[in-house]
Design a protein around this ligand. Sequence first.
Ligand code: ARG
Length: 459
Amino acid sequence: MAKKLWGGRFKKEMHPALKHFSYSLATDKELFEAELLVNRAWAKMLAKSGIIARAETAAILRGLAAVEKKMGGQDLGAYVCQYEDVHTLIQSELEKNAGAVAKKLHTGRSRNDLVVASTRIYLRERTAEIWYAVKKLQKALVVAAEKANGLIFPGLTHLRKAQPVLLAHHLLAHVEMLEEDNARLADSMKRINLLPLGAAALAGSALPLDQKFLAKELGFSGIAPNSMAAVSDRGFLAEFLSVLSILWVHLSRLSEDFILWNSEAFGYVELDDAFATGSSLMPQKKNPDVFELVRGRAGVIFGALQALLAVQKGLPLSYNRDLQEDKPGVFDAVKKTLSALELLAFTVSSSSWNKKALLRSLDDDSIFATDILEYLVRRKVPFAEAHQVVGRTVRHAIESEKQLRQWSVQEWQKFSPEFGADIHDLFDPKESVKGKKTIGSTHPACVKQAVAKWKKILR
Ligand code: ARG
């Protein structure tokens, strides 16, 4: 029978059904490495504060090294029914290795503080990994934007053709959105990276625990200012899933763009065979499952955020066992996020653009309606009046089935005397994008500058 970290007060063994119901090792085994770090720092601190002898700390550290050697880097699934949680696993294995001195390690602390310390260490490391993975996806998008050099297609609003834009401009829009996500991730570090140790279950400790030493040793940037908040608040996890949720909104929108562009209706993009999937029935199919899985998994991430908020809602201070339910959704979200970012980067950077389809997409002169409107505005026609005029020309083009570029100047002048022969210069997508003047526009010079900026930032 495996040992518990408590039990003196109990006359009976725990019912097997309750073990099954409450044990958390299957989930918190993720915290194994972080927990070892915490234990090492704690053992050193106990000696430094004069609570245990230096030789005892040395023995504990040797024991922890042995535990790591035996169990590190492997799946701890085999121990799941044996130990209540990762804290108990490490403590028990340490006792096997280091003997009686191991019983001094848990001095002055509770699993309530331990679990949140390890979770914070885990999270700051994963947050950094996600931050780098976002950068890699940004890089892949910039590579794709470079490959799209000079390619133009109709930008959409309401999924209807709106105005010519550079494909690179569209791709860089996603890069910018991801940059905000990374700024949010970086900012959240301030709230993640606080030392909760010393809370000693909830009230703080009467022992001389050196929290400053612990913070330094474990790389925390500060000490939690309130022991009760330290053990009971999971705001930092809710923030993490909120930030991830916004990131996943962006990933799902990027995915949706590629799904549309990959459809036969658009046909703008060709996926690399290594990053597409087939059908078990229809031999001709080549499907964009990477993007569809990302679009679908975004929903699972939002669900994890809702679950975490609901777990915390209305909980009395301080620690309650409800809080054990904080981890499964977070761990799952981390894995899903890292794999999605990796796959998106691979898929985006390996896909190629179909120039013919992009060219075909421009074969509709109504995408120049805004340019024609601004042509009239430059000739001092009031905007609202010009809007009416151009609207009528577009309607006439549809009804007469004659594209705008085919009209003679006389035909144009039936709609407004301001139209001159130079109206024909407008029906060129390259001229259309070159006409844009505002900061952040799709003007080729702006886009070129943006590509250069990103290449420098993402180097
Ligand atoms: N497994 C718990 C959690 O994840 C930590 C242990 C605290 N347990 C306790 N009975 N105080 O939150």
